[in-house]
Design a protein around this ligand. Structure first.
Ligand code: PMP
Length: 310
């Protein structure tokens, strides 16, 4: 039986021992930054491959810097701890690692200074997030993406996910799979937990970092794969809502969402209303890459071998 572990207060412990008190500052004020890292099970290799682990911890360091929080450990040390958590937990399936730098002091008063902070990480089994085969039916959210001048979306801040949760719940309650948020300028920004790509005239288009998006690691990966493997370039520029309606293909990218086709926006079918050929091609290349099956991109995969006796 797998036993989930966590990195908590400087030690690797069974997950059930990693508990915070009700007065924990970050729990009260949303003052934490975090990451989501996938570990992808490869049955042939009997290994879990952690995808672009270094890039995730580098982004955690950047998010911490924006919030003036201190990361307890180096990127290298956190990468080692990620492998250790996978190995000690013993899963033989896809997993998700959640590192977090949070204001850990048990004190009142909303601020980022004069409060202790700490780093933790936990692991959980994690299967598919959206229906990749069928594709996602999306709508334009009535909630606008928060602005860099409010809570910066470039930093993966826990509190910012209230914005995402409002959008996701509105979408689901209205019968859609996912929300597409516009920014305050009315340009397309991102999904509740995904970046967005549009295919038009044989080119990929994605909003620029200044359109209030999280600079996605899956998005960067897909840009490289599209260029190297399909000869398709990506342009970063503003996208209007109506440009979505007339796109040839749309897909969303994210650690949880992988490459998810968008088959409908605001009740208009995208292309012919089924996952498009470029999206499907990219998605299948992507899946091989993240499971360590493509030698050319193996450097993005950090193997963690399970130690369960068989
Ligand atoms: N935007 C938001 C709001 C997200 O939460 C995520 C998921 N981390 C992404 C985009 C995609 O980022 P990544 O590909 O690095 O997971």
């Amino acid at each position: 039986m797998p036993t989930p572990h966590a990195y908590f207060r400087g030690e690797v412990v069974p997950l059930e021992q990693a508990k915070v008190g009700v007065m924990t500052h970050a729990f009260n004020y949303g003052t934490a930054v975090f990451e989501g890292i996938r570990g992808n099970w490869n049955a042939d290799d009997q290994a879990i491959y952690l995808f672009r682990v270094r890039e995730h911890f580098e982004r955690l360091a950047q998010s911490s810097k924006i919030l003036t929080l201190t990361m307890r450990d180096s990127v290298e040390r956190l990468s080692e701890l990620a492998v250790e958590l996978v190995e000690r937990s013993g899963y033989e399936e896809d997993v998700y690692l959640r590192p977090m730098v949070y204001t850990s002091g048990e004190v009142l008063g909303v601020r980022l200074h004069n409060v202790e902070n700490d780093t933790l990480m936990f692991i959980a089994p994690f299967g598919p997030y959206l229906d990749i085969e069928k594709g996602a039916r999306c709508h334009t959210s009535t909630w606008r993406r928060v602005n860099d001048t409010g809570i910066p979306p470039r930093a993966k801040v826990t509190g910012i996910y209230v914005n995402s949760a409002l959008a996701k719940t509105e979408a689901n309650l209205n019968g859609f799979d996912e929300a597409i948020m516009l920014n305050e300028d009315g340009h397309v920004s991102e999904g509740s937990g995904e970046n967005i790509f549009v295919l038009r005239h044989g080119k990929l288009i994605t909003p620029s970092p200044s359109d209030n998006v999280l600079e996605g690691i899956t998005a960067q990966t897909v840009v490289e794969l599209a260029r190297n493997e399909l000869g398709i370039e990506t342009v970063e520029r503003q996208i209007d809502r109506t440009e979505l309606y007339i796109a040839d293909e749309i897909f969303m990218t994210g650690t949880a969402a992988h490459v998810t086709p968008v088959i409908e926006v605001d009740r208009r079918p995208i292309g012919s209303g089924v996952p498009g050929p470029v999206t499907s091609r990219l998605s299948s290349i992507f899946f091989d890459v993240i499971r360590g099956k493509n030698a050319k991109y193996r450097h993005w995969c950090t193997p963690a071998r399970v130690r369960i006796p068989r």
